[in-house]
Write a protein that binds this ligand. Structure first.
Ligand code: SF4
Ligand code: SF4
Length: 171
């Protein structure tokens, strides 16, 4: 039987969308985490309670501060990860989805820094292929990762894969 936790960790290593600025432009930090985050020189935005993304702890292999990551990071899990942990399924199909999102986000970053910045521009000023990428990214984020606008009062998603013993750096 497949090791669902290890497979979910692989999904995250190949995705990183919830750490690299694709899904969120910032992440909430609990007040009692601030001294820790300040020591790590994370970029604090929007008052004292959020850290900016792309996260400065994100490394090619995943979270560089995995053991001490903020509570919000510990508890977050996107739709793909929750579904895989709960019921398994076709890992390759899930990987294909997160790779597609990563590719579109990378294309948009080359054009405008981030898709968040591009969305603020006059749509008529954007090349048609960029506009199409923006629409496709929004659809895929909603449909495949379960993205929706963040509401402060909502609890974090309840499940997230912990890394396997030989892979401590999953984001
Ligand atoms: S939790 Fe989801 S969005 Fe975040 S890195 Fe893992 S697969 Fe990607
Ligand atoms: S999991 Fe790690 S890399 Fe991702 S946002 Fe949190 S601290 Fe940053």
């Amino acid at each position: 039987m497949a090791d669902l936790v290890e497979e979910a960790s692989r999904l995250c290593r190949e995705c990183q969308a919830c750490c690299d600025g694709t899904m969120f432009s910032m992440v909430e930090v609990d007040a009692d985490e601030l001294p820790l985050e300040s020591r790590r020189r994370l970029k604090i935005v929007d008052g004292p309670t959020h850290i900016a993304q792309p996260c400065r702890h994100l490394e090619a292999s995943g979270c560089g501060a995995y053991q001490d990551r903020p509570a919000r990071c510990r508890s977050y899990a996107c739709k793909q990860q929750r579904d895989h942990l709960e019921s398994g399924g076709d890992l390759e199909a899930r990987l294909k989805k997160v790779r597609a999102i990563r590719a579109i986000a990378a294309r948009l970053r080359e054009v405008g820094g981030s898709h968040w910045e591009l969305q603020l521009r006059d749509p008529l000023s954007l090349p048609s292929e960029v506009s199409l990428d923006l629409v496709e990214l929004a659809v895929r984020l909603h449909r495949d990762l379960g993205w929706r606008p963040y509401r402060k009062e909502e609890p974090a998603a309840p499940m997230r894969a912990e890394p396997s013993a030989d892979d401590p750096s999953e984001p």
